[in-house]
Structures are given as C-alpha cells and as structure tokens.
Design a protein around this ligand. Structure first.
Ligand SMILES: Nc1ncnc2c1ncn2[C@@H]1O[C@H](COP(=O)(O)OP(=O)(O)OP(=O)(O)O)[C@@H](O)[C@H]1O
Length: 656
C-alpha cells in the first residue's frame, strides 16, 4: 500500500475528447438554475419578467414587516424626489453664478439656492440612512417568514414525499430559494431606488429644459444596454463551466472530507484524485481566462459606446448653446445630470441581473410550496370517539398493502394480524421481505395503500394522529444521529414531558448505555456531533444503545424495535433483549430482528416473504412446521454449532 511520502502510481484514466477527466455527471446544482436562466434570457426577456418578480418581492416584504416595507417605500420615493430637487437647486445656483455683476453679489444671490441644496442633500442622506436601517431590519424578518413557511411544510409532508426523487430535489432547491428571497427583496428595493434616481434626474432635466431629455437618453441608454449585455455574457460563460465546477466540488468533497479519508488512504487513491483535479482544473483555468477576455472586451465596447454617446451629448449641448436654445446654466446642469443618471443606471443594471437570478430561485421556492400541498396529510377530522384517554390495548391489521412508487410489486401484500397488550411479537423474514414497511404502517408513519389498521378497534381519525403517535414508541433501523448532547438525544424520545435526569438515566440503563455515556468526556452533557467544538462521535453500537434508550424513555403502550441490536456486542445485545422481555405482560412490543435466537420468547412470530405473511406461530410451532422460519433459524444456529449439519433442514426457494 502506498504511503504519503511514497508517491503512488497514477493509473491511466479514461479521458474525454476535450481532455477532461471522466467523472460521473452530477445533477444540476440549485444555484445553477438562476445562472442558467439568466444566461439563456435575452435583455428583453429579463426586462419583461422584472415587474412580476419585483411585485412578488414587495409582497413577501409586506407580509414579513409592513412598517419597514413602508419606510423603505417612502424613503425610496423621497430620496428620488430629493435628487430631483437637488438638481434644480444646482441649476438655480449656476443661474445666479453665471449672471452678470460683481462676484460677491452673485454669491449672495445664490445663497438661498445653496441653502436649499444643502437641506435637500441632508434630507436625502437622512432618507438613505433610514432606508438602510429599515432594509437591515427587514432581511431577518423576510428570512424568518419564508424559512418558517418552508419548514412548516417539510416537517408536515407525508413520508412518501421523500421517496419521490423529484420531490427531494425540489425541496433542496426550495430551501436554497428561501435563502435567495432576502437577496431578491434587497435587490428589488435597490432596483427601485436606482430607478427612482434615474427618473428624478429625468424629471429635473425636463424642468430645466425639455430639449435636454433626449440628450440624457442618448448619453445613458446605450451604456445601460451594454452593461446588460455584458451581464448576459458573463452568465453565459459561467453557465458553460457548470459541469466542470460540479466536478471540482465533487473532487473537493472526496479529497477533503472525513467520510472518504480512510478509503482514500487504504486504496491509495491520492494520486488518482489529484490527477482528476489537475485535468478538470486545467480546463477550468482556460475557461476562466477566456471569460476574462470576453468580459473585458464587452465592458470596453460598452465603455466606448457610452463615451461616444456622452461626447455626442456634449456636442449637442454646445450646438444648442451656440444657437441660443438653452442657457449656460442649463447646459452645465445637464452635464451634472448625465453623470448622476449614469451612476444610477449602473446600479439599476446590476440590480436587474440580481433580481432576475435571485427571482429564479425564489420561483423554485414558490413552486415547491404549491406542489408540496399534494404531499400534506389529508386534513383529518378527529371525531373524538376515543373519549377519555385510554391505553392502546389492541392493534388489528386487516389486509394491509403498500406499494412504493416506481415498484412493480407491493412491499407489503394483504397482511392481516392482531396484537394485544402484554404480547411481544416478532416480524422475521429475509432482507426486503416487508418487515419495516409493515411496522411503519402500524406506527402510522406510512399510510397503507390498501386495507386498514385499527387501534382498540378505532381508526386513526377516532384517536387523532398526535394522540395515537404519543402512545407508540419507534426505534427505527435507520436511526438519526441528532446533533445534541447524549442526554437530549435520549430526552427527545418523549419531548412533550421534558423528562428529568432520573428518567433519562433509567432509560439509558435499560438500553445498556448508562456506563458508556458516563465514560464520555462530559458524561450526559457530551455533545454527540464532531462538527461542533468539543463534540464526540460514537461507534455504531454505542449509537444504537442511545437510540434504544430513546425508545425506552417513552412509557409507550406500543414499542416497535426495528433491528435494535445489529451493531451491539453479545453482552449488550443480551442485556437489551432482557429489557425488551421485561415489557412482556405490560405493553405491546413489536420486534424486528435477524438474530432469531432473540425471538424465541416472542408470543407470536410472523414470517414475511416478498411482502406476504407466509407463516405465524410460536417458535416451537414454527420449528415443528419445518417451514421458512425453521430453515432460517437452523441455518443461523448451525453457525454456532459446528456439530450440527446444515443440510438437515429442507431449503426453501428464495424466489417462491
Ligand atoms: N422508501 C422506499 N422506496 C422504495 N422502495 C422501498 C422503500 N423502502 C423499502 N423499499 C422496498 O420495499 C421492500 C420492503 O422493504 P423493507 O424495508 O420493508 O424490508 P425489510 O424486510 O425490513 O428488509 P431488511 O431486513 O433488509 O430491513 C424492499 O424491496 C425495499 O427495496
């Protein structure tokens, strides 16, 4: 095996015709939607979509905080009006200064206009400050409003939603879209402020002399158009490099992240990945250089067009002056106005691009919110027939089936069974036989596509979903490692009762987790996530103990344990199953495990095969029947008993 100081051999890699490495193609990233849309949309398409986007942004802002939205609106208009007054005041000052007579008299005559100019400038600055303050306060409000709306949906949609590939993708984009909303609102407001600035200058110029308006347009419109065009080119080039950027992102993850680090070393993948990086980066560098050339050319052309147009305006002003069509003060004001309008216009073109691209992500968000409605649970009417709180004593499963999307055969097919309080039952069967799916339906986490489940003879609606779920504890096979302390990781098993330390420790002890947690650097207060300062990770078996403790914490009428011991050592496994057996005679316990020695004590064992219930009975009964359970049990037992011939039992067909 190569070591880090011994360069390992770089294998020959498949290379595409463009000299790029052949890495798997990744899906388009969320942030590429906006860039791609902008790259494909011409200036007319962008301009025609702007009003709708700005309107939507104002709507979001209004819902998030009316007062601040009003302040931003009023100050935006106010700043525009002040700009117009400012220009008129400048013109007045110039008229006085260009008039005949001694300089001292001219300055005195210009004083009122100068005072007005100072007042207008101060007011404008005040309004800009108020606008900035309101906008800063608005951003977190918009963020909260939009994100909370998203989380309200993502935490409520049925689990089926997560099975649909398109939905998961949609959800990812929507969450990024939610982040973009603040950007959209800010860009829209800045765009409006820029437009107000341009409009103010135009109005002021018309008041000074109507002939100056065409001059202003000639000086600013070509420049603005060139900036929009440059933006378009920038986005086009950026979008063209998106596949390479995704590959770089993938390589970054593979080379720098913890998960891939051990295999990277043990298989000696360092040179392989670095070589891939060099190839992708070589192409990317070329692209970046080409982009720099194109952008420089476009901005130079834009600047040249703008320069020529401005020069044309100055010539026009000169001709008008010579012809006596406009006074000198008006011409000077126009020169100032052109510069002011060009500044506002560059703000406007920049914000147009931003509004458009952020707007595409925002559309992902609004689109998702509309589509997600299909995945929200049907509004249930809790009939309240369950009356006063009662213990869940009986679960009746009647011919339930469930077929996952894009699957030809049902995962669970017409299964019927009854479990009563005090019983421990086990679901066994080969991988993929439908055990977890059946348990999820019993736990109300998945809705059957056929058949029904009754609880004490009553439906979910009779109980009310939350009330029913409160009576069922589930330890799932794919448990989640919550980034909380060990204590909180257990406490969330019954969060509504805010369990105290005693209950937490007692649950941990039943799951053989107490001593292990005490040995952690901060005991129960140890943060179980290495991404945080001082955080610790646990081994697979240690995590399984914590999740089992989470399940034990809730004093549930029904406890479903799906493969709770797959990673436990024999001693921990034995102790855990002893704790599970202790529930016998009290609540309902549903156990799913491949360690068949642990289900021997179950009151009833249900054997599933290809989604169908093929056998049911006690361990002794099923062994005597010499069916599928007996075969699996004997196979497993033979592994521990070298004297037992494995061929004793008839083998069942796995495809039957
Ligand atoms: N979310 C899903 N989307 C599509 N198919 C699924 C999904 N979950 C499970 N399946 C399929 O449904 C079938 C039953 O899966 P299930 O997880 O219920 O089996 P299991 O008996 O619990 O298996 P194991 O012993 O491996 O845990 C399998 O064919 C599986 O591939």
């Amino acid at each position: 095996m190569p070591t880090t100081d011994q360069p390992d051999r770089t294998p020959d890699l498949p290379v595409s015709t463009q000299g790029e490495s052949v890495l798997p193609e990744l899906r388009e990233m969320w942030w590429e939607t906006g860039v791609r849309a902008r790259a494909q949309a011409g200036p007319f398409a962008v301009l025609s979509e702007l009003p709708r986007l700005v309107w939507a942004a104002l709507g979001v802002s209004w819902h998030a905080d009316r007062v601040r939205t009003l302040i931003v609106g009023v100050t935006t208009v106010g700043a525009g009006v002040m700009s117009a007054f400012g220009l008129l005041a400048v013109q007045r000052v110039l008229v006085e200064l260009f008039a005949g007579g001694p300089t001292a008299d001219k300055v005195v005559a210009a004083l009122p206009a100068l005072a007005a100019l100072a007042a207008v400038t101060a007011l404008r600055a005040g309004m800009a400050t108020a606008m900035g303050y309101a906008q800063n306060g608005l951003s977190p409000k918009v963020d909260q409003k939009v994100e909370r709306g998203l989380f309200e949906v993502t935490t409520a949609v049925r689990l089926e939603a997560f099975d649909a590939d398109a939905f998961a993708d949609d959800m990812e984009r929507a969450s990024r879209g939610a982040d973009s909303t603040t950007g959209l609102v800010q860009a829209s407001m800045n765009l409006l402020a820029g437009l107000a600035g341009v409009l103010a200058v135009a109005v002021a110029v018309v008041v000074v002399h109507p002939l100056l308006l065409p001059a202003l347009l000639v000086a600013t419109v070509p420049n603005g158009w060139a900036s929009l065009r440059a933006g378009h080119l920038r986005y086009q080039t950026y979008a063209a490099g998106s596949v390479r950027r995704r590959r770089l992102w993938l390589l970054h993850r593979l080379m720098a992240e913890r998960d891939s680090a051990p295999e990277l070393r043990s298989y000696g993948l360092r040179s392989f990945l670095l070589d891939q990086y060099d190839r992708v980066m070589g192409v990317e560098t070329g692209i970046q250089l080409a982009l720099a050339r194109r952008v420089t050319t476009t901005t130079t052309v834009g600047a040249m067009i703008g320069g020529i147009a401005t020069a044309a305006v100055y010539v026009l002003l000169g001709l008008l002056l010579i012809d006596g069509q406009i006074p000198l003060a008006a011409a000077a004001t126009c020169v100032i106005a052109v510069q002011s309008a060009q500044r506002s216009l560059s703000v406007v073109t920049f914000q147009i691009d931003r509004v458009y691209t952020e707007g595409q992500h925002f559309r992902d968000y609004t689109g998702f919110m509309a589509r997600a409605a299909d995945y929200l649970p049907e509004p249930r009417t809790c009939t309240g027939r369950a009356g006063t709180p009662q213990r869940l004593r009986e679960i009746t499963v009647e011919a339930v089936s469930l077929r996952y999307p894009d699957r030809d055969t049902p995962a669970v097919d017409q299964v019927s069974l009854t479990v009563e309080a005090g019983q421990t039952v086990a679901f066994v069967g080969e991988n993929g036989s439908g055990k977890s799916t059946l348990a999820m339906m019993i736990a109300t986490l998945r809705a059957p596509s056929g058949g029904s489940v009754h609880y004490n003879g009553r439906t979910i609606d009779d109980w009310g979903m939350a009330a029913l779920r409160g009576r069922i504890g589930v330890v799932t096979q794919e448990y989640h490692k919550w980034p909380f302390t060990a204590a909180t990781n257990i406490a969330i098993g019954d969060i509504t009762t805010t369990p105290g330390q005693d209950r937490i420790e007692e649950a941990a002890a039943r799951a053989v987790a107490h001593d292990m947690i005490n040995d952690l650097p901060h005991g129960y207060e140890t943060l179980l996530d290495r991404t945080f300062a001082g955080g610790q990770d646990l081994s697979g078996g240690q995590w399984q103990r914590v999740t089992a403790a989470r399940g034990f914490l809730r004093d549930a009428d029904v406890l479903i344990m799906d493969e709770p011991s797959s990673a436990l050592d024999p001693r921990a496994e034995d102790a855990l199953f002893q704790a599970i057996r202790d529930r016998h005679g009290r609540g309902i316990t549903i156990l799913i495990t491949h360690r068949l020695a642990n289900v021997r004590h179950a009151d009833r064992i249900y054997v599933l095969h290809h989604g169908r219930l093929v056998e049911a009975g006690t361990h002794d009964h099923l062994m005597t029947a010499r069916g599928r359970y007996a075969e699996l049990f004997t196979l497993q037992a033979a592994g521990y008993d070298t004297t037992a011939p494995t061929a004793q039992m008839p083998r069942q067909s796995t495809t039957a």
